[in-house]
Design a protein around this ligand. Sequence first.
Ligand code: PLP
Length: 385
Amino acid sequence: MTENNNRILVTRSSMPTLDEYVEEIRELWDSHWLTNMGKKHNQLAEELKKYLGVPGLELLVNGHAALEFTIQSFDFAPGSEVITTPFTFASTVHSIVRNNLTPVFCDIDPDTYCLNADQVEALITDKTVAILPVHVYGHVCEVYKLKEIAERHGLKLIYDAAHTFGEKVDGKGIGSFGDASIFSFHATKVYNTIEGGCVCFSDEELGKKVYFLKDFGIVDEENITGVGANGKMNEFAAAMGLCNLRHLKEEIDKRRKVIRRYRKNLGGVKGIKLGPDYENGSVKGMDVEFNYAYFPVVFTDEFGAGRDQVFAKLAENNIGARKYFYPLINELKCYEDMGWSAKEQTPVAYDISMRVLTLPLFADLALDDVDRICEIILSTDNHLE
Ligand SMILES: *Cc1c(COP(=O)(O)O)cnc(C)c1O
């Protein structure tokens, strides 16, 4: 157990032992091959393909680059519309806008907080080219409904799967749904390569296009046929990935214990709404092997304190929760000229963004600390006083 005055951050990066990492990078001192699709890079790509259960995979320098290059690979006409969610990290929408496309916001499901599949069709116009849902917090979008809608309207389906590393839906790797799915291996994610990411796909041509974009559009030494960029993962990052992959099962088992404890302490409390419990059978008709990525808590009016009060009380006690995702993307300063209105366009997302808090969660979070965090939260409920 950590001392009461110790600071608890919302997350803590998983790392192998120093010895294990040193062993993994030792051969780089012999080869002097540090980047440009080296041995570690290629080995990691193969191992991840198997682990994720996907037909094709391309590694990238980070999850954002994976998403931005993937969207670029489809060559959509400038100004085309992409239906997405405002309840996500800025990267999702930035990657649409940076490709000169127009995001169109769809509201979220009140239980999973993912894009509400039943509201997508009403937003489709003759300019729509793609749907870009996010499996937010590791919760799973309605993949079958979305596939049916995308196919019927001839739209591409690109998943931001940054939160769902290693998850399975009805026994299939979650990265195998849609035309493409991107993962993030950022230091704060369930699985990390320090910085890193990948795109998963079944169409090999898409993989080749992303490869060109991540390597300046180079075909060979004398032929550069595309205006690419640099999105390559280096050997030190890939080595970190190889090490962390060996311990992932153990890490996820530990996270599961933390979440079970949170659920035991907070489940059934009036005014506290937890995310879907994937251990308790199928959710929206899907059996999900969850990765325990985040633990979002929503405070309804029945709770005796608002989200911001709970946040402040935790901060007073040196506990770092996060207002994730607040503000919504359709409320960000950088988009204020767009004339978007989160309250009107996406009222459910707006409401959740005002009430949600993600609690500290990482593999080595002590269960005693989980108890203490929950006690502090419950003590803010002034109905109890
Ligand atoms: C982390 C994250 C990204 C970006 O990934 P990076 O590896 O940090 O570039 C994109 N989308 C979502 C939902 C994320 O959480």
